[in-house]
Ligand binder design. Structure first.
Ligand code: OAD
Length: 234
């Protein structure tokens, strides 16, 4: 297996997607035919869906949260945590995943641009609360500060992903961009690689299947992240 060699001066920005968590037992989106665990995206991943049926949406995310607690990081997550240890100030990990597995594997510089299953926030006062402090037996959990409905801390379709300023700042400085386990068709994340390549940044892709944006990838490694990442960065 070829190895990815990084220079002492490199600044690395990594973008991960559902594929990196597949080997932990979390299904990817594209594997579910445009559905998310048998639900239509517009029912469970849009503000309109939540307005229409908040208890269904809460039931869905409680299940996702419980499942995320039941699974474990895999060698792919651990390989990225190890890589960060070797280059602590030259590394930024941006994930579209909401499962929290990168942090559980030990990654520190992580931006969860689509939010997280592990917190929720109040629809009125916006105060964030940890899911493990919430009474999940309630149909629609209520904010302890103001009594209004809480909602999952997930960036739904039509909403602005989190920490975009930091991501664009990281993209401006990066010398290497690595995309892992993402189909490259949900924006704005799918656009990062275009920007990187336009700046002349070295672009690397690791994916089970060829992603939509393969034309922007300089070096492509096809395979399962959990199998090839520990080898690639050793
Ligand atoms: P997708 O389900 O679209 O794509 C997963 C990608 O991972 C595919 O290209 C697979 O080939 C690849 N893959 C599967 N198993 C793999 C493995 N073991 N190792 C490496 N690659 C593997 O997931 P995302 O690209 O993450 O948004 O989807 C992006 C966004 O679309 C999600 O964050 C979500 C969704 O709708 C929101 O919820 C806002």
């Amino acid at each position: 297996m070829q190895k990815i060699t990084l220079k002492e001066s490199d600044l690395v920005l990594i973008l991960t997607g559902a594929g990196i968590s597949a080997e932990s037992g979390i299904r990817t989106f594209r594997d579910s035919d445009g559905l998310w665990e048998n639900h239509r995206i517009e029912d469970v991943a849009t503000p309109e869906g939540f307005q229409k049926n908040p208890s269904l949406v809460w039931k869905f995310y409680k299940e996702r949260y419980t499942h995320a607690l039941e699974v474990n990081p895999n060698p792919g997550h651990y390989a990225l945590a190890e890589l960060e240890k070797r280059m602590p100030n030259r590394f930024l990990l941006v994930t579209q995943n909401v499962d929290g597995l990168h942090s559980r594997a030990g990654s520190k510089q992580v931006i969860e641009m689509h939010g997280t299953l592990h917190t929720c926030f109040c629809t009125r006062c916006k105060q964030k609360q940890k899911m493990n402090n919430i009474d999940l037996s309630q149909d629609i959990p209520i904010c302890s500060a103001c009594g209004k409905a809480l909602r999952p801390d997930i960036v739904w379709f039509g909403e602005m992903p989190y920490r975009m300023d930091e991501i664009y700042h990281g993209l401006d400085k990066a010398t290497v961009f690595i995309t892992i386990g993402t189909s490259g068709n949900v924006y704005p994340a799918a656009y990062f690689i275009t920007q990187a390549q336009r700046r002349g940044v070295r672009t690397i892709g690791i994916n089970k299947d060829k992603p939509e944006n393969i034309e922007y990838i300089d070096e492509f490694y096809q395979g399962k992240a959990g199998e090839i990442l520990p080898e690639l960065f050793s």
